[in-house]
Design a protein around this ligand. Sequence first.
Ligand code: MLT
Ligand code: MN
Ligand code: ZN
Length: 304
Amino acid sequence: MRIEILGSSAGGGLPQFNCNCNNCKGYREGKKSIKRRTQSSITISEDGENWVLFNTSPDILEQIHNSSFLHPTKPRETKIKAIIFIDAQIDHTTGLLMLREGCPHEVYCTKEVNEELNTSFPLFKMLEHWDGGGTIYNEIIPNSKSFELPIMPNHEFYALPLISNAPPYSKYRDKPRSGDNIGIVVKNKLTGKKLFYLPGLGVLEKHIIKEMSQADILLVDGTLWTNDEMIKNGFSQKLGTDMGHIPLSGEHGLIKILDTLDKPRKILIHINNTNPILDETSKEYTELISHDIEISYDGMSIEI
Ligand code: MLT
Ligand code: MN
Ligand code: ZN
């Protein structure tokens, strides 16, 4: 399986249009130790020809433009044959509107996410008006048996509900339901190798840690370094955990748990532009790297 990181940043990207934090400012000033990053998305493929997209970032057009393997080779064609949504957050869904010329899209999501995308943020409904007619909904049932996608016959997929948060626009904000946020495991049926993708993780539950320990490639929520990072910088009143993102550092942070896992290659994704690890000259970057944890970047390619 080939895994391509299309976007490694959390909502807003880096630089974020209205942000002058150390990283956004540093990037604009040309600091070489800070990379530009688009918003959270990956794509995977078994044959290098047909791709499963995870999330449709607001930056999807730029991401496709920068990824020659996704370019059409017929007069009209998309190499994206299926789209999996792990939640209904704006940074994970808005780009679907930019793909409207390619309707209908095969979409895979939980019934909770399907509800949001037909009601509060009705992308699926809106797309019904375009050529080809909207989306074809395939329900993902978390904690259930695995499902398969015809374009990746040697792989199986399964979903785990994650404790995170519903989108800020949702009536379920701060009272998320099981199914509002999921992590996805993709397992090669021949080799047993596993990818575990979980960009929105608010609580480190035991069974999630167990699943992480069995993965070969872990692409995990790296949103914030400290829980009060947004408050300290004067950007928000919310803690990371209020938003559904566990911080990396500290006694109860993600790094402590990642340190206990031997098997996986540990890679952070969905990293907020305020996170000091995004400047390779920072002490936090040096600390992170000393734990054998990688930071994904736009254009990163992984093979398992
Ligand atoms: C999140 O990850 O918490 C959300 O994407 C926030 C947002 O809407 O930007
Ligand atoms: Mn997000
Ligand atoms: Zn910023």
